[in-house]
Design a binder for this molecule. Sequence first.
Ligand SMILES: [Zn+2]
Length: 235
Amino acid sequence: MNCPICANDTSTPFGTKNGYTLERCTRCDSLYVNPMPSAAELAAFYQDYHKTAQYRAKLASKIRRAKNRIRRIQWRRQGKSFIDVGCNVGFAVEAARRLGFEAIGVDVDEVAINEARGLFPAARFEVADVLDLAASGEVFDVVYCSEVVEHLADPGPFVAALRQILAPGGRSFITTPNIAHRSLPDDLMTSDEIRPPEHLLYFTPDSLRGLLERAGFRSTQIQWTNKPTLKIIAS
Ligand SMILES: [Zn+2]
């Protein structure tokens, strides 16, 4: 299997966790699960995902945090369109709506979308795949995609679709765990950040930047943080 992030064909063994083997790409330094779990395996894993995940907890503080993030992406908001791809229960969409955006959240997970509609009835949510959206030709001024790419087995077409739904002059904001962050232990496998099969891909700042540039983004600006979260504004 080639590196799902940069397509390089050589890797070194990195370790095993939860019954999944990880390899490190010799070119982009990303980690990836090899072999990737089957679609059926992933479907079974995600069936229980929302029962265990703490998405409902601390909604008010999550909305506040999302508002601060969104303010940094786009200062002029009135009348602008915002989409959260992989919106889960929708707090970033609600934050954007309260800031004056025409905001929509999409997710392939129908359970999450139903939950989002119940929690935030004034916002708009749809069960949708970003590849279908890209094919529809609809574009948005802000494309927000937080903690999604690490869940994918094949991120290239997904990221290209994010680029396609970006309006001219728009900005995309993408986050994912950063395995190159200085706060992580030398023995990365012991870190909670390494959690297959929930996370299948593990990016470094350069590997995410490379993926975005190959998908057609021209400018990528990293927001440095004290936490092992990689935040990139791309356009
Ligand atoms: Zn690679």
